[in-house]
Design a protein around this ligand. Structure first.
Ligand code: GLN
Ligand code: ZN
Length: 769
């Protein structure tokens, strides 16, 4: 039998039930018993779907109220001291509220404490809570939630496979908090020996429950691992291989690369590979896989929403089936956590488009059908699916509305000089100084101003048809006018229109571009109860007409000060969407860049003298393997430049990024050649600027002087001190003064005094220089 299984299923529920329940629980509107009941209900529903689809197992261990990495940290007893109030640990078990406090800093019970750090999981848009590690840390089995869930599934009559993050990847994702003094460096890998016995205990308990297979997820294996870590894999799995269960070592999100030999030979019963991101590794794995091992081929795309080409997959896996026989299993490339739950929920999508897609629920069918096709056990229903998939794919290939010859033609006609500003920065700076007439230490903001309840209500009314276009636009123009007045009276130098008319920085543009499609319920978990609904880039992207010009023009007409136009950059537009899989991502990105280029030029023609092109997602697009960085950065930078470079010297191009690591990509940041870059630095006390200083970054920088994520009002002296530190690293002629990100999540009660202080700080600095 070609066994069919999944690495994991989305837990949020088709109607985002988990979000609603956890948020209600946090707010006191739902009690603990009801919350737990919602969780149990969702698990039962998802397991039933897996069985009904015909999977050979249900996968247990993919559920979490907040984050599965957090749950594992809790299970291993890795709870930082500040959360360990005695009353909350009953029978040695860490309470759910403790987990919530680790995630959010607070929970219905227990004392608030600083939340754990959260960051993106590998190259996905899913965020996990970073395990906090320290020297001498000990571990213990501190939660039985997983075992309880196994019992639940068994009681429901399901055959069970368990999924659990492996020990090396858990450590890999962890961080030492409070770095020890220099010279006493501590390597988190040293904690492995202490960790393994707890893993052993977990595996033994699962075996006692009757679990035969445990999937240990080790995505760290698709990254560049130091030698010591590779060796640790051998050590660890030598120990874990002795557990009384069969282990399926799961590599996801990419190819094993130089870890391939290591991975195939670890003493475990099976190996899962990502055959979507790295189909080429299948052959090498087949050649090297020991004869006793099972190979789980992750052939259905767990990262994207396109319907699988079952005929092509069947053909490409036939050889594997022939060589492995029943030792070949079938799965999705990775957990289905990263795709929306159920396409059947999309009642408004055009039927022809809908049949090109598959969400998690549909992917279960694809896995099962593919498995049955491979072993020649296919039913009439499978053959129907095969046929339907082939027809849908053919229709997609031929869909005239998706393939616009004009877009391809224009792309083909791009010349090198199109990605090049007319003059180098020093000359542009002269022209811009003349055009903008800004003081030293010019002040500005990042784009958005508070999205008040009124603004959101107005937008909602408009969307639901309760407000006419005219009435809506009039309201937004008023809002912009107010924002301009506020900024003028605060004394800011370069103004923004405030982005009141935008719901989301990607959706707003996607809705106005050809080639983008939006789902009604295509939610994906981003972190905790936060879900995002990424648009789908389905066809060639082009811009039917100006998108932001009338707003920016209106805003500029109200003031003599320069008004910054505000756009989302091509890489971010790509990165925060489900991207078509029938052409290289960089081609899609270039199409977006050309559409934005037209917008930039229209803004310039409308009298906008500064245009900001936000690229907060540039860094997160980095491939998991270093060797692939230069290739990615080359086209990402080129796309930004393609969007930005059409303007004259005097038009100032800004960009904004908000993440905390620039060191390793500083050359690419410089290559963007933006006249001004505003970045997040306040939390690192300007130390992030070291990278810019060391690189001798040539253009202007606005290092954020206060953290917009905090409700605290920054003090004048504090911001002056920060800018003093900035001035030690960057010549003052090239420094700007601004907050570290957009202000849309804050209220005016915080924003007004904060900006007043910021302007005062800038004035003081001017007097000193
Ligand atoms: N211009 C956007 C804003 O101010 C930038 C958002 C971001 O950096 N993510 O909201
Ligand atoms: Zn930002």
């Amino acid at each position: 039998m070609t066994l069919a299984h999944i690495a994991g299923y989305p837990r949020i529920g088709a109607g985002r039930e988990l979000k609603r329940a956890t948020e209600a629980y946090w707010q006191g509107g739902l009690d603990r018993v009801s919350l737990e009941a919602t969780g149990a209900e969702l698990r039962q529903r998802h397991w039933a779907q897996q069985r009904e689809a015909g999977l050979d197992w249900v996968t247990v261990g993919d559920f979490a109220f907040y984050d599965q990495v957090l749950d594992l940290s809790v299970m291993l007893g890795a709870v930082p001291g500040r959360f360990q109030a005695d009353q909350e640990i009953a029978d040695g078990q860490v309470d759910l509220d403790t987990a919530f406090r680790m995630a959010r800093g607070r929970a219905p019970s227990g004392e608030p404490a600083a939340a754990c750090e959260m960051t993106k999981y590998f190259d996905t848009n899913y965020h996990y809570l970073v395990p906090e590690l320290h020297a001498g840390q000990s571990f213990r089995l501190a939660s039985s939630a997983l075992f309880d869930q196994v019992d639940e599934a068994l009681a429901a009559g399901h055959p069970v496979k368990v999924t659990l993050l492996g020990p090396l990847t858990w450590l890999w994702l962890g961080k030492i908090r409070d770095e020890p003094p220099a010279g006493e460096e501590f390597d988190r890998l040293a904690l492995l020996e202490a960790l393994l016995p707890v893993y052993g205990e977990i595996l033994t308990r699962l075996a006692e429950q009757g679990v035969e297979w445990v999937q240990l997820d080790e995505p760290a294996l698709v990254q560049d691992l130091p030698r010591a870590w590779q060796q640790a894999y051998e050590r660890a799995y030598h120990v874990l291989g002795g557990a009384p269960v069969k282990l399926l070592l799961a590599s996801v999100y990419g190819g094993l690369g130089d870890n391939l030999g290591l991975a195939v030979n670890l003493p475990v019963a099976g190996l899962h590979i990502d055959a979507v991101r790295a189909p080429e590794q299948l052959e090498a794995v087949l050649d090297r896989l020991p004869a006793y091992k099972v190979l789980s081929a992750g052939a259905i795309d767990g990262r994207n929403v396109w319907r699988a080409d079952l005929a092509r997959l069947r053909d490409s896996l036939m050889e594997a089936r022939r060589r492995l026989g029943e030792r070949l299993w079938l799965s999705a490339s990775c957990s289905l956590l990263h795709v929306p739950v159920d396409l059947d929920n999309e009642r408004e999508l055009a039927p022809d488009l809908k049949r090109w897609l598959a969400f998690a629920r549909q992917k279960l069918d694809e896995i099962v059908t593919l498995a049955r096709l491979l072993e020649g056990r296919d039913t009439p229903r499978d053959r129907e699916r095969l046929e339907a998939a082939s027809l849908a794919l053919q229709a997609r290939r031929e869909a005239v509305q998706l393939h616009r010859p004009a877009v391809a033609e224009r792309l083909g006609g791009v010349r090198p000089e199109d990605t090049q500003r007319a003059s180098a920065y020093p000359q542009r700076a002269v022209a811009q100084r003349r055009a903008l007439n800004l003081p030293l230490f010019p002040t500005t903001t990042i784009g958005s101003f508070p999205q008040t309840t009124e603004i959101r209500a107005t937008r909602r009314d408009f969307k639901h048809g309760a407000l006419s276009v005219e009435a809506y636009e009039a309201r937004m123009r008023e809002e912009i006018a107010e924002t301009v007045v506020r900024q003028e009276s605060l004394g800011l130098d370069m103004l923004v229109h405030g982005e009141a008319e935008r719901n989301d920085m990607v959706e707003y543009f996607g809705e106005q571009l050809e080639g983008y499609v939006f789902t009604a319920n295509g939610w994906v978990q981003s972190y905790g109860s936060r879900c995002v609904k990424p648009p789908v880039i389905v066809g060639d992207v082009s811009r039917p007409g100006p998108m932001t010009v009338r707003w920016s023009k209106h805003a500029q007409s109200l003031t003599d000060r320069p008004m910054k136009g505000m756009l989302t950059g091509p890489v971010t537009m790509l990165q925060w969407a489900f991207v078509r899989d029938d052409q290289p991502r960089e081609v899609t990105c270039r199409q977006i860049a050309l559409a934005l280029r037209d917008e930039v030029l229209d803004l310039e023609a409308a009298g906008i003298r500064a245009i900001q092109i936000d690229e907060p997602a540039l860094r997160e697009g980095l491939p998991l393997r270093r060797a692939e960085w230069p290739g990615y950065l080359a086209w990402a930078v080129e796309c930004f430049r393609l969007a930005a470079s059409g303007v004259s010297d005097a038009t100032q191009i800004h960009t904004h990024m908000c993440y905390a690591e620039f060191n390793d990509i500083i050359d690419a940041i410089a290559a963007l050649d933006a006249d001004v870059i505003t970045i997040e630095t306040s939390r690192s006390a300007m130390e992030l600027l070291d990278a810019f200083r060391d690189f001798a970054y040539p253009n202007e920088i606005g290092p954020g002087v206060y953290d917009i994520h905090s409700p605290n009002i920054p003090e004048v002296a504090w911001m002056i001190a920060l800018m003093g530190k900035a001035a030690e690293r960057i010549p003052v002629e090239r420094l700007w003064v601004n907050p570290d990100c957009g202000l849309k999540t804050r209220g005016w009660a915080e924003v007004a005094p904060a900006l007043a202080n910021m302007v005062e700080a800038a004035r003081t600095l001017r007097q000193r220089h």
